[in-house]
Design a protein around this ligand. Structure first.
Ligand code: ATP
Length: 383
């Protein structure tokens, strides 16, 4: 096993800067997921670690070794690709072992032993004699994982390994990958554009955009404390609501003024002195609760989801905000209400079967400990 260190890693293709000066440390034994939109530079970062691309600038260390100038086969890594990259004319077993004896010090007995163990772990012992055309997509991906496992490398590098599988199999393989990591504990860097995969698999998650790291954190902290607007909107589905507001000093602390409402943000020293500054208010659809407009204050019909985040007293709410339901989307376990206040529309996630419908006048309260404010120019979180 080994840690990985990227220092000022940069990769340019002509006039495209795919990776723009990344500093990152992957801890020994960690499952680190790199997530971001298409073209943000995730695969290029991974390919640089693998040695399949040579960096324009910067250094890469694996364990104690600077591998920046090393060929891929000199690095103690195994890569798993989206398209499995199996040889079509070879059996599953041959695919798993191909090139091993010449490239490693393993004897053929050791290799047989490792294949048997990997096949057992991945439940493919019965498939070892088949060629890829006789295997399903999920089985091919297991063989590709098996090929990585038998090499027992210091590092696994995985580039969207589940994205060719159907939704159900993807969920199943996700669980298996977690189990595999528990069992083997191999340092893993896993690239995906799928935030659910990132959140469920990663010990820590790196969010990238435009070749740069936006934030590195545990899944829950990314969700609760996004460091900027990009991360706030990228992580979470349905996405965080964003409304333009002004921050003001109120009589008993900072207040946030929207064209259609004013809310108090108690105990927010970060906001003191911003009197009159524009900001973007962010709140997640599940951090608001709805009541009928004429219901007694605090007696809302839908209980808010109050998650303890350590940010303060979870019982505090702010509002009320008067809004009108525009559209509802029943999602089975929740009812998503698109509400309007002034010119702005935002989503509120409520309990299902409440009978809420378009045209309803509602009163909204927000969980004061779960509000976010972002700088309108830089997008950086200010609260
Ligand atoms: P995706 O999820 O779509 O695979 P990604 O985040 O993995 O995207 P990269 O594949 O790393 O992104 O690409 C980052 C940028 O570098 C993109 O603009 C891409 O077009 C460009 N790029 C990648 N490889 C090459 C190449 N070999 N030649 C020229 N440009 C490249």
């Amino acid at each position: 096993m080994a840690s990985i260190e990227l220092a000022d890693l940069t990769k340019r293709f002509d006039d495209v800067t795919a990776v723009d000066g990344i500093d990152l440390e992957v801890r020994d034994g960690e499952f680190l997921v790199v997530v971001g939109p298409s073209g943000c530079g995730k695969s290029t970062t991974l390919r640089c670690i693998a040695g399949l691309e040579s960096p324009t600038d910067g250094r890469i260390r694996i364990g104690d070794e600077d591998v920046t100038a090393q060929e891929p086969h000199e690095r103690d890594i195994a890569m798993v690709f989206q398209n499995y990259a199996l040889y079509p004319h070879m059996t599953a077993e041959r695919n798993m072992t191909f090139g091993m004896q010449s490239a490693t010090d393993f004897s053929s007995e050791e290799i047989d032993q490792r294949v048997a163990e990997a096949a057992e772990t991945l439940d493919i012992a019965d498939l070892l004699d088949r060629t890829p055309s006789a295997l399903s997509g999920g089985e091919q991906q297991r063989v590709a994982l098996g090929r990585a496992i038998v090499r027992d490398p210091a590092v696994f590098l995985m580039d969207e390994p589940l994205s060719n599988l159907d939704a159900k199999l993807r969920v199943q393989m996700r669980t298996e990958l977690s189990r595999l990591h528990e069992e083997l504990g191999t340092t893993t860097v896993y690239v995906t554009h799928d935030q659910t995969e990132a959140m469920t698999l990663g010990d820590r998650v790196v969010v990238m955009n435009d070749g740069r790291i936006q934030q590195v954190d545990t899944p829950q902290r990314l969700y609760d404390y996004p460091s900027n607007r990009f991360v706030a909107e990228f992580i979470g589905d349905p996405a965080m609501n964003m409304l333009e507001v002004t921050v003001e000093d109120g009589p008993s602390g900072p207040i946030v003024r929207h064209e259609a409402f004013t809310i108090e943000v108690p105990d927010a020293p970060e906001l003191e002195g911003l009197d009159g500054d524009r900001a973007v208010l962010g709140f997640r659809p599940e951090d608001a609760s709805l009541a009928d407009r004429d219901a007694a204050a605090g007696g809302g019909a839908d209980a808010p989801d109050r998650r303890q985040t350590g940010r303060g007293d979870p019982e505090r709410t702010t509002g009320p905000i008067e809004a009108t339901v525009q559209v509802t989307e029943p999602l089975g376990d929740t009812l998503l209400c698109y509400c309007r206040a002034g010119e702005d529309e935002f989503k509120v996630q409520t309990a299902p079967r409440t009978g809420r419908a378009a045209g309803d006048g509602v009163t909204l309260t927000l969980d004061a400990d779960r509000l976010h404010l972002f700088d309108p120019e830089t997008g950086e979180a200010i609260y």
